[in-house]
Design a protein. Structure first.
Length: 342
């Protein structure tokens, strides 16, 4: 199977698995796992924050951050296509009893004026605006990279209004590689930020949430409450350290392949539109006369190719370390077969 469904489909390489064999471990809940401590220290430094905590998943990072930054009845301002809205099972409401104020914008972006307009007045009739959340890169925006200046500008408006700020950095390292700007610069206006190791970085488990020392102290309490505390977590953290050392720079290979695939997909006769490709995600819309997106997914699965349908007409293709140019050629061949060569 040539699996372009998501970069979450990456599998740990033999070298990454070998890193586990020699890692030092201890009880993470007692702060005795040296490999996990090393990972958290490195990520905190990378993101320009005081401290960090290792978590099983990125969704848990988002939900813990929301829980720490808000109180029941508060409101979170975020993009309408963001992960916390679309893919976390209603977690903000179920776990933290907060409301969402979703902002529309081009490719998942919004601007400082929209944030200013979204902040609620100080009234007992309105929820309290408590948190601004952004997503870097914007998944449903086609892997679009927020400009660092815009990140800073929307964060500044939120801060001036008394809000806390959070960055869903699931693919932050893709943004770092694509923009040539270090991770701390992207995260500088944000009280909490995390990076995921299970997407383009290729680890099987793990994300690290960072912020100041008080935030991480509070995050640990919620981690314990949600069942996210672990024991010998260095087994997983060692693979994340391997990813930091070996799999960041190679994200550029994924970006280059995605750019080439996006250009060639755009030339197919039954493709109506391809969103600009900046990183490793290709979103494209099928013309009315084309098969539906779900039926195309089924057809390609029969050809040994996996892609994703995200509406009746929208397809997502994601490049990662387990699909190279040869897999890309197979993908294009089967797409041309079903959609016309243009």
């Amino acid at each position: 199977m040539h699996d372009f469904y998501s970069d979450t489909k990456t599998k740990p390489t033999a070298a990454m698995r070998e890193a586990v064999l020699t890692c030092a471990v201890g009880d993470e809940q007692k702060n005795e796992d040296p490999t996990t401590i090393e990972l958290c220290d490195r990520v905190a430094g990378l993101l320009g924050k005081e401290a960090a905590v290792f978590l099983p998943s990125g969704t848990m990072c988002n939900e813990i951050a929301i829980n720490v930054h808000t109180s029941p009845g508060d409101e979170v301002i975020c993009g309408s296509v963001s992960h916390i809205v679309a893919f976390e099972g209603g977690g903000p409401a179920a776990i933290s009893s907060v409301m969402i104020r979703a902002l529309d914008g081009e490719r998942g972006f919004f601007d400082p004026h929209q944030v200013a307009q979204a902040v609620r007045p100080d009234s007992r009739y309105a929820p309290k605006s408590a948190l601004l959340s952004v997503e870097q890169t914007s998944n449903m925006g086609g892997g679009a990279v927020w400009p660092v200046a815009t990140l800073g500008a929307v964060a500044a408006v939120a801060k001036d209004a008394g809000l806390r700020t959070h960055m869903d950095g699931a693919r932050l390292m893709n943004a770092v590689v694509a923009s040539g700007t270090d991770a701390a610069a992207h995260a500088s206006g944000y009280d909490s930020v995390w990076i995921d190791f299970t997407k383009g970085l290729g680890a099987p488990i793990g994300a690290v949430l960072a912020g100041d020392a008080d935030f991480i102290h509070a995050a640990w309490r919620v981690k314990q409450r949600l069942g996210g505390a672990m024991r010998q977590s260095g087994i997983a953290a060692s693979m994340c350290l391997y990813a930091l050392d070996h799999n960041v720079d190679r994200l550029n290979d994924d970006h280059m392949l995605a750019a080439e695939l996006g250009e060639r997909i755009g030339a197919l006769s039954a493709v109506e539109m391809v969103l600009p490709v900046e990183t490793n995600i290709i979103l494209f819309d099928l013309a009315e006369h084309a098969p539906s997106a779900p039926s195309l997914v089924d057809s390609l699965a029969g050809d040994g190719v996996s892609i994703g349908a995200f509406s009746e007409r929208r397809i997502r293709v994601v490049t990662h370390l387990d699909v190279g140019p040869a897999s890309g050629d197979v993908l294009l061949d089967r797409l041309a077969h079903h959609l016309g060569a243009g």
